[in-house]
Design a protein around this ligand. Structure first.
Ligand code: ATP
Ligand code: MG
Length: 266
């Protein structure tokens, strides 16, 4: 089972949009997906207009079992765990817990029946984000085309490095740095892409040219649809399709590497 977190400390860079499209895109390719909203803003729950009695908060507090917090079939082959603003107080309420960064990983340890989990994070390195990073094995970092988003991405990767230092046995790979809101005619895009290409940490993982600025994504969100449903011929539909092909291929590449490793071990 793949576990993919979408993170960037900077707000409004396309995290939720990317998480929703990665989940929907993998589902469209036949995978069964669990979409987890680890952002107390609760954007994804609004997006799917779901009714839920239990949330991620209940799961982390141990107030409900995993089965009870999963909302089934929000879309074909997509289940989800929602968040609400009540989760803003989690940090304080979990203060006395031991190993509180690994609660999500421990609660979901025996989860089966999914090909992938996709986690949308909030624009902060808070307890929920650390829980997401300690559950996930792959991360996608969307970066909008401005300096602040690049700084946010660097700070996020510093947090990831910290997680790797503290839990060296856990797998946590950078799957992609995904440029968002790009525009070919815009100088800000050119200099941001250059800065990302030359960044020693992010350059090798840059999925270029990324997701173009596309107003249809806003309309799709307000219609509670994916871009493939709302405007299948739009630039964003084309760009997210290309990105999903990459995300899906990456799994095959990983499986191939594991097989090769097993062969050499024999
Ligand atoms: N490539 C794009 N072009 C135009 N609009 C976009 C693009 N990507 C996302 N948007 C829109 O920008 C807004 C912010 O995107 P989104 O909510 O995905 O960001 P976020 O990083 O999750 O924000 P937050 O940090 O607040 O959680 C949304 O209205 C979304 O529809
Ligand atoms: Mg968001």
């Amino acid at each position: 089972m793949r576990k993919i977190a979408v993170v960037n400390m900077k707000g409004g860079v396309g995290k939720t949009t990317t998480a929703v499209h990665v989940a929907a895109g993998l589902a469209a390719r036949g995978r069964t997906v669990l979409l987890i909203d680890a952002d107390p803003q609760g954007n994804i729950g609004h997006g799917f207009r779901i009714r839920h009695t239990h949330t991620l908060e209940d799961l982390l507090l141990g107030a409900a079992p995993t089965e009870a917090v999963i909302v089934r079939s929000v879309r074909e082959r997509v289940d989800m765990i929602a968040s609400t603003p009540a989760a803003f107080s989690l940090e304080r309420r979990l203060a006395g817990e031991t190993q509180r960064e690994t609660i999500l990983a421990r609660r979901l340890r025996s989860l089966t029946g999914y090909d992938a989990a996709v986690i949308d994070c909030s624009p902060a390195m808070n307890l929920l984000t650390y829980n997401a990073l300690l559950y996930a094995e792959e991360i996608i970092v969307p970066v909008a085309m401005d300096l602040m988003a690049i700084i946010g991405a660097r700070q996020t990767l510093n947090g990831v490095a910290e997680v790797r230092d503290l839990w060296p046995d856990r797998r946590l790979d950078l799957l992609a740095v995904l440029p968002t809101f790009t525009s070919a005619t815009n100088n800000a895009t050119k200099s941001a892409l250059e800065a990302l290409e030359h960044d020693p940490q992010m350059g090798p993982y840059l999925f270029s040219p990324g997701i173009r600025q596309c107003i249809d994504l806003n309309y799709a969100t307000s219609q509670r649809q994916t871009i493939w449903e709302y405007a299948p011929r739009s630039r964003a539909a084309e760009d997210y399709t290309r990105f999903l092909d990459f995300v899906d291929r990456q799994e095959e590449a990983d499986a191939h590497a594991v097989k090769e490793e097993a062969k050499t071990a024999i």
